[in-house]
Design a protein. Structure first.
Lengths: 266, 285
């Protein structure tokens, strides 16, 4: 038994170390963003908000932030709509080529971003459609739709398959049933999907870098600052970016977990 | 029942099927097929012209720097996959077998967060931490060691790959370990099988599929990533993804970049299929 306790203690410490490694960069960004040193080290320099002032007095950063906001909002809506329709199709229908349909729906995240970025750049340039804010939205929607589908499909799993037929038997058309039964039932997952896809789009840099031209988003601005020297401004911008995406992902997860627990209690 | 309803109103069924097919057809399948075609195009006076020439292929595949980059990328990705899987395993084992259900749920909750938060900024933070005058070297000098050169080395690249893959690897491994029938593990113990031996002869084989899937995801992510080898590894020598950026961004040589991209996709497909074949293979004993 003593042996068991020791093992458990070792494994627990090890797991804590893994979490430390995973969260170290997030904490480090936060700490360094308020630290006066250009090259932060131990012991830390003095407290300053200078990097925030510097970053946020840069009109380029504001311009990019606004664009990121627009891109991620529109991407979230488009990819959630597409993801919902795909999830609903997968939930309700069997048809020839369904496997191909599902593969098409889930494949994009397995293609390395840099390859998709190149393909997208070539394809959009052929239609003179690269280098615009819309180009980023189009590409991000492709990347985000699978996440939307997965989240909504999980929720549909919990829907009683007799619910829709019941509504039809009571005289509701399929469209009415969709509006007053299916959508209300899946609403938590729809909101979760909006948050999650917005977070993915908000942080995506490779594809945005290739297709955006001069219309940079926040991650592209960060990428370009990084290519220069170590610049602590990135910590300030990065901390703000972390705050946005962590908030979105936490909301999404609470919505998903909140409903995952329900079937156990009822 | 539902199939009868489906035939009743085809418009409805088609309306839900179309968005994905149209969008992913136009903006996912389209671009990838176009990239294959693009690899046969020619660049004249910095402008791409449609053609069906094997020039890009033959020129690139006969270059040593391409194959150097290819095997270096493959080597790094395989190394990172092994290291990530091994580093993740004890933590996954703890979460799956030793932690309470609530603790496990929270652990997964927290591991999902970094997966969706800016990888770029996290790598920048590591760039600062690993720097010559960074936090780690400061700590080492306190112990009278170092400074060690960690930035712009393969070690740096591997750290970056761990940043990229570790959360996902722990999540996937935990799920596959947690789904093992615990009675089999107890049976092994009761039959006198030692703890470590149980892990390797009972737990790992039972969770093989999930462990391999986790490894495949690591491989895909590392093989295609350009941020870690560039910003932490110093791009010496360049990986395939950096080659794509160099040829397409600065050289305007999109067709040649397409050749690199296609060889990468073919490699990924081969590795993924082989691994999945291995994962689902029935054990011979």
């Amino acid at each position: 038994m003593k042996d068991d306790l020791l093992l458990r203690w070792i494994l627990r410490s090890y797991t804590a170390l893994v979490f430390l490694f995973v969260f170290a960069p997030i904490v480090a960004s936060l700490v360094f963003s308020f630290n006066s040193d250009r090259f932060p080290t131990i012991p830390l320099g003095s407290f300053t908000t200078g990097w925030y002032v510097k970053a946020f007095s840069n009109p380029e950063v504001w311009d990019a932030a606004l664009r990121s906001l627009v891109v991620s909002s529109v991407t979230a809506i488009l990819s959630t709509a597409i993801g919902f329709s795909a999830a609903y199709t997968d939930y309700r229908y069997n048809f020839t080529g369904k496997t191909a349909f599902v593969v098409l729906a889930l494949l994009p995240p397995t293609i390395p971003l840099i390859i998709f970025a190149l393909a997208m750049l070539g394809w959009l340039s052929m239609f003179n459609a690269s280098g615009m804010t819309v180009s980023i939205i189009i590409a991000h929607t492709v990347l985000c739709a699978p996440f939307a589908m997965a989240v909504i499909r999980l929720r549909l799993n919990q829907m009683d398959p007799n619910l829709e037929p019941a509504a039809w038997n009571l005289g509701a058309s399929e469209w009415v049933t969709m509006k007053s039964v299916v959508i209300p039932f899946t609403l938590p997952s729809i909101i979760a999907s909006l948050c999650l896809t917005a977070a993915v789009s908000f942080d995506e840099f490779a594809v945005a870098w290739f297709v955006s031209g001069l219309n940079k988003t926040i991650p592209v601005v960060i990428l370009e600052i990084l290519t220069g020297n170590i610049d602590p401004q990135v910590n300030a911008i990065g901390t703000a970016v972390f705050l946005v995406s962590i908030t979105l992902v936490v909301i999404a997860q609470m919505l998903v977990m909140g409903r995952a627990k329900k079937p156990e209690t009822t | 029942m539902t199939s009868r309803e489906a035939t009743k109103s085809d418009h409805y069924a088609i309306a839900w099927r179309l968005p994905l097919i149209v969008w992913q057809g136009l903006f996912f399948v389209g671009p990838l097929l176009f990239m294959v075609a693009m690899s046969f195009f020619l660049v004249k006076n910095y402008r791409m012209e449609a053609a069906s020439q094997f020039t890009n292929w033959s020129r690139l595949l006969s270059k040593d720097f391409f194959w150097d980059a290819y095997f270096f990328t493959l080597f790094l990705a395989i190394l990172a996959t092994i290291i990530t899987s091994v580093v993740a395993f004890p933590a996954s084992y703890f979460l799956a077998f030793k932690a309470s259900d609530g603790a496990r749920r929270w652990a997964i909750f927290f591991l999902i967060i970094p997966f969706f938060t800016s990888y770029l900024v996290r790598i920048f933070a590591w760039q600062v931490i690993l720097a010559q005058q960074g936090v780690i070297n400061a700590g080492l000098s306190f112990l009278g060691l170092g400074p060690w050169q960690m930035l712009n080395t393969q070690f740096g690249t591997i750290v970056g790959y761990l940043v990229l893959c570790l959360p996902l690897a722990v999540i996937l491994q935990t799920f596959s370990l947690a789904s093992i029938d615990k009675r089999l593990v107890e049976a092994a113990h009761n039959l006198g099988c030692g703890r470590l031996r149980t892990v390797f002869t009972v737990v790992v084989p039972l969770a093989k599929t999930g462990l391999v899937v986790a490894a495949v995801f690591c491989f895909i992510l590392c093989f295609g990533d350009f941020v870690s080898p560039y910003y932490l590894g110093g791009s010496k020598p360049p990986t395939l993804s950096i080659l794509i950026i160099d040829t397409s961004k600065s050289g305007q040589q999109w067709p040649r970049a397409a050749v690199v991209a296609i060889t990468m996709i073919v490699t990924l497909l081969a590795v993924a299929l082989a691994a999945i074949g291995f994962a689902y293979k029935k054990r011979s004993t």
